[in-house]
Design a protein around this ligand. Structure first.
Ligand code: TYD
Ligand code: MG
Length: 463
């Protein structure tokens, strides 16, 4: 019988190497590769139930069993609440509010008449009590356990609990396995044992996982395929806005977004995120454009800011926060070539206000409009929203779900929309004036406060 070869796994990015390395070739971290202990085969079988073959109609409908966590924004991201036996990984940087969110959800779940066990390997019972008091939660309905040993947890979780929370996976240990808590083998084995237990009982399980500052998901990355749903909780240290996103969801849509605000007494749900993202918008200034983006099913208004200023270095800076930098570079190139906007000797900064992130190409035209507005130092109309994808030849392409986006814009008091002609033609935008464009050059018109650049374009084309 051949002896199983050792594997070395990077605890930071999950890179696997057959030999021991001092530095991870993937994420360049020093000393991050650890030998993975082989999980003992019998340990897996011990946690599972005997299998049986069933026809699909013999399997109970899971969907009907969905129940609320009492936190509406969390329910939305989960795809409408919790489902029997779902295993959810909640990742985020330390201090973002994962424990706070789950403790609030625990109280909500208790309000639904369900019993939840909150296992904490990070905080003592007294600390949890203090936090719950600060959050104003009913202490008598919250059941907590301060423990890090997986077999102990499984023994105590045998009680009549409907939901389990384990905070965090990095503190868990299966003693027989050896190695420190948080090592790849410990993480996998602990998560596997807990999720098998939760699935066999049909109890939803939340696993909390910390990610490191740089955003690499130390450890939890290797758990992503083991769980049904992966949620990321994000926020900036100096702002109170917290955003919850789903990256994988076997029981619902991904890219659904939940918005919270961290307050003195816990996380508050933000019911009107558009208001939040455009709240601090300065009026009558250049370099700002509003665009309705789709986050999951929900249209949200976001403000894109651009700053174009003469560069004093040989290679001008192109920086972008909240929007893909390569996309911004591409749009700048389209502006240079197709409109004749002289950007090659200008620094260009693009920022999505409020710490939000835009992933949709539908925001292209708004990025272009913000850049144009800053370049000409000419503000766009205050009641204008801009949307459309920009192609490499300067054509403006359709975006999905125009009606929903315009409804949100109308609700927030916007009265004009600049977007792809073909799509605006057919959509009903009550009370909103449509400014239809086919090409990116058409953006530079007095109607939206920008000066046409035809003369410049001709000169540049004659080179
Ligand atoms: P926490 O939930 O402990 O974060 P995580 O579990 O992700 O590490 O949140 C910690 C931060 O939240 C901490 O900096 C204090 C702040 N906080 C508030 O601002 N208000 C509150 O009501 C609570 C409980 C925490
Ligand atoms: Mg915590």
């Amino acid at each position: 019988m051949s002896k199983a070869r050792a594997r070395f796994v990077c605890v930071k990015c999950g890179y696997v190497s057959p030999v021991r390395l001092g530095r991870c070739p993937e994420c360049r971290e020093w000393g991050s590769l650890e030998e993975e202990e082989k999980p003992r085969p019998e340990s897996k079988a011990a946690f599972g139930k005997a299998s049986s073959v069933l026809s699909l109609d013999m399997i109970p409908e899971g969907e009907a069993d969905r129940f609320s966590t009492g936190v509406g924004e969390l329910d939305r991201v989960l795809g409408g609440g919790l489902i029997r036996g779902v295993v959810i990984l909640l990742s985020g940087e330390p201090g973002v509010g994962k424990s706070t969110l789950l403790l609030q959800a625990a109280a909500g779940i208790a309000r639904e008449g369900k019993k939840l066990l909150y296992v904490s390997g990070e905080e003592s019972g007294a600390q949890l009590r203090l936090r719950a008091q600060r959050l104003g939660l009913p202490l008598e309905d919250l059941f907590v356990l301060s423990e890090t040993s997986v077999p102990e947890i499984l023994k105590l979780a045998e009680g009549p609990y409907d939901v389990l929370v384990v905070d965090s996976v990095q503190t868990l240990r299966v003693p027989e396995l050896g190695g420190p808590a948080g090592s790849p083998a410990q993480l996998k084995e602990s998560a596997f044992a807990l999720s098998t237990f939760a699935k066999s009982r049909g109890a939803p399980l939340f696993l909390v996982g910390h990610i490191t500052k740089e955003g690499s998901i130390a450890g939890p990355k290797i758990l992503e395929h083991l769980v049904d749903t992966v949620l990321y909780f994000e926020g900036e240290k100096d702002r109170n806005v917290r955003i919850l996103r789903s990256f994988k969801n076997r029981f619902g849509r991904v890219n659904e977004l939940g918005v919270f605000e961290m307050t003195g007494n816990g996380l508050g749900e933000v019911k009107n995120p558009s208001e939040l993202f455009i709240a601090e918008r300065a009026h009558g200034v250049s370099g700002s454009a509003i665009t309705p983006v789709l986050e999951g099913r929900r249209p949200l208004l976001m403000e894109i800011q651009a700053l174009v200023s003469p560069s004093f270095i040989p290679v001008p800076r192109r920086q972008s926060l909240g929007a893909d930098p390569s996309r911004v570079g591409l749009l700048a190139a389209v502006l240079e070539k197709k409109v004749g906007l002289r950007l090659f000797d200008q620094d260009l900064f693009v920022n999505v206000a409020g710490g939000a992130r835009i992933t949709e190409p539908a925001a292209d035209l708004a990025i272009v409009a913000a850049i144009g507005s800053s370049f000409q130092d000419s503000p766009l109309p205050e009641d204008l929203v801009v949307l459309g994808e920009v192609g490499l030849t300067g054509e403006i392409r359709r975006v999905g779900r125009m009606d929903d986006r315009l409804k949100e814009a109308g609700r927030m008091g916007f009265r004009k929309v600049l977007g792809p002609a073909a799509e605006l033609e057919g959509c009903s935008a009550a009370g909103i004036k449509k400014i239809k464009v086919n090409r990116v050059e058409e953006l530079f018109s007095p109607e939206i406060g920008l000066r046409p650049l035809r003369a410049v374009k001709k000169r540049r084309e004659s080179f």
